[in-house]
Design a protein around this ligand. Structure first.
Ligand SMILES: NC(=O)C1=CN([C@@H]2O[C@H](COP(=O)(O)OP(=O)(O)OC[C@H]3O[C@@H](n4cnc5c(N)ncnc54)[C@H](OP(=O)(O)O)[C@@H]3O)[C@@H](O)[C@H]2O)C=CC1
Ligand SMILES: CC(C)(CO)C(=O)C(=O)O
Length: 312
């Protein structure tokens, strides 16, 4: 494909996921990525260093932008890869670019797409079940992957945009599938994050340690409460019961990410805010609304909130 015919993709939020995606898409699209200065300076000077299951290479064809005034005026696609607590702020900042555009979210947790839909024309929800970390400025690693990226139309008139995005991601060599029920897929992915992210962040352990028998009962309660909330809210996932999901978690997902640390671990280590309000905090809030007891999710959310503010 000639340079001029390549789609223009704008990625908002350049950490582990955003930079990895930018590097992967740079071979098939013209990619601009909203970067913090530390990454932008290094990527402009040395290129982006990628390592791991999405390939080992140095990518130079990425335009790092510092704000909306430097953004492409009519991108074919916008992909949001900022943390969920930054979704509204980044949508406000780039509101003029998002208006009328197709905007995808590859973020974890529940609630991002609802916010993005207030700003964008068409919204595509997504999940990515790959472990990414920032090794250093302009340097990312994709350590392991458990299942393909999942994308589905969340809202809006442009239903062809989903097929275009899936084709683009696939052409970059990333495993991806389209689903009809993206709301269900977001909850399916959240089950993994609810189960391992806060426990690994609180105890400073990799995902594999979550299989320890002393932690299993806590995870079992988190998942059982979440299934009760999902059932009351009419949400179905690929797993008919909490037990079915727990079997999958401990036989497939935990082994796949055994030596990886989840994104919330890095947030706590860096003294940053976390996405707990979109995960266990969200389940506890829904439980309260629906009259369902969720003491384990509430307790885990409170412990993480303590570490976010007072834990350092
Ligand atoms: N890491 C992983 O393995 C996985 C993560 N996810 C999900 O993907 C999303 C992104 O995660 P991850 O990449 O780890 O997060 P990171 O924190 O590594 O990256 C997000 C980046 O966005 C930047 N950012 C926030 N607001 C702005 C803004 N207004 N302008 C420019 N940059 C901005 C942040 O900068 P700053 O920190 O300075 O604010 C940060 O560098 C999350 O929802 C996460 O849960 C999903 C699957 C796997
Ligand atoms: C899949 C997993 C656990 C990979 O790290 C993730 O989504 C995260 O870290 O937030």
């Amino acid at each position: 494909m000639t340079e001029a015919k390549r789609p223009v993709v704008l990625i908002l939020g350049a950490g582990g996921v955003g930079l990895s995606l930018a590097g992967a898409l740079a071979g098939v699209a013209r990619v601009a990525v909203a970067c913090r200065p530390r990454h932008a300076a290094t990527v402009r000077r040395d290129g982006l260093v990628m390592e791991g299951v999405w390939g080992d290479r140095i990518v130079r064809e990425i335009a790092c932008i510092a704000g909306p005034e430097e953004a492409p005026s009519a991108p074919d696609l916008v992909i949001i890869t900022a943390k969920g607590f930054d979704t509204r702020a980044i949508c406000e900042e780039y509101a003029a670019v998002l208006r009328g555009s197709t905007v995808a979210s590859l973020q974890n947790g529940i609630g991002n797409e609802e916010i993005i839909a207030e700003y964008a024309g068409t919204v595509i929800g997504g999940t990515v079940t790959t472990n990414f970390s920032v090794v250093g400025d302009g340097h990312v690693k994709a350590k392991s992957q458990s299942s393909p990226m999942v994308l589905g139309l969340w809202s809006g008139p442009d239903d062809e945009s989903l097929q275009r995005l899936v084709a683009l991601i696939r052409s970059a060599g990333i495993l991806v599938e389209a689903v009809n029920d993206i709301r269900s897929a977001k909850w399916s992915k959240s089950l993994l994050n609810l189960s391992v992210n806060p426990i690994c962040a609180l105890l400073s352990i990799p995902v594999g340690k979550a299989a320890d028998l002393r932690l299993r009962s806590v995870i079992e309660h988190i998942v059982s409460e979440t299934f009760a909330v999902m059932e009351a809210g009419g949400v179905r996932t690929a797993w008919p019961s909490a037990k079915d999901y727990l079997d999958y978690l401990f036989s497939v997902q935990v082994p796949d990410f055994a030596t990886a640390y989840p994104s919330m671990y890095y947030d706590i280590q860096a003294g940053r805010k976390t996405e707990i309000d979109l995960l266990n905090g969200y389940v506890a809030g829904q439980g309260e609304r629906l009259g369902i007891q969720t003491p384990y999710n509430r307790c885990i959310a409170d412990l993480i909130r303590f570490r976010e503010i007072d834990g350092k």
